[in-house]
Design a protein around this ligand. Sequence first.
Ligand code: GRF
Length: 217
Amino acid sequence: MAKLKVGVLISGRGSNLQALIDAASADDYPAEIVTVISNEPGAAGLERAAKAAIPTNVVDHRDFEGRETFEDALNDVLSAAAVELVCLAGFMRLVTDGFVGRWHDRLVNVHPSLLPAFKGLDVHERVVEAGVRFSGCTVHFLRPAMDEGPIIVQAAVPVRAGDDAPTLAARVLAEEHRIYPLALRLIAEGRVRVVEERVLITGAAAPEGVLINPAPV
Ligand code: GRF
């Protein structure tokens, strides 16, 4: 079967991109990354893509008058690569409603909290400050409001007594690297449907006690 063609948008380190690259390197993985776009020319993730022989593009938002023209340039690259699904992976630009609409249910994001709690930036600082006992991460379809949209996969981690933002971030990041490739696989296998703004997944149920939901299949 043809693999789902994926474009990944990044701004920096690209560790989630790396997790997707590693997963997609397996012959039986149902998605392939056909282009990586960064709005930051110096993003380390660009080197990760290049190392994996994935075409890279820099579309620097500073070169454009407004968000729409910036996004037109993104769309040009995505169309040229025949991208079917867009993954945001540490992409630090807010996208317009127009961009979200164009990629409706084909635009996925990873966020380092258990949404809808702790949207926005500086998540781990705020989680530690709030004293909550669990945090985690979420892969979701994007909707116009920031960090909103139907949830595909979540993983939970404990917040430990001695945690600060960096220790918690590392624990959450390790889970991001598990659930993003999982979510992409579920989508590419055609198991994911959005019904009344909730995600229904066929054939991947989490056994009791598992802190990734749905469980890896
Ligand atoms: C991740 O924590 C992601 O959830 C957030 O930004 C960070 C990006 O890290 N949106 P990386 O560039 O994937 O390493």
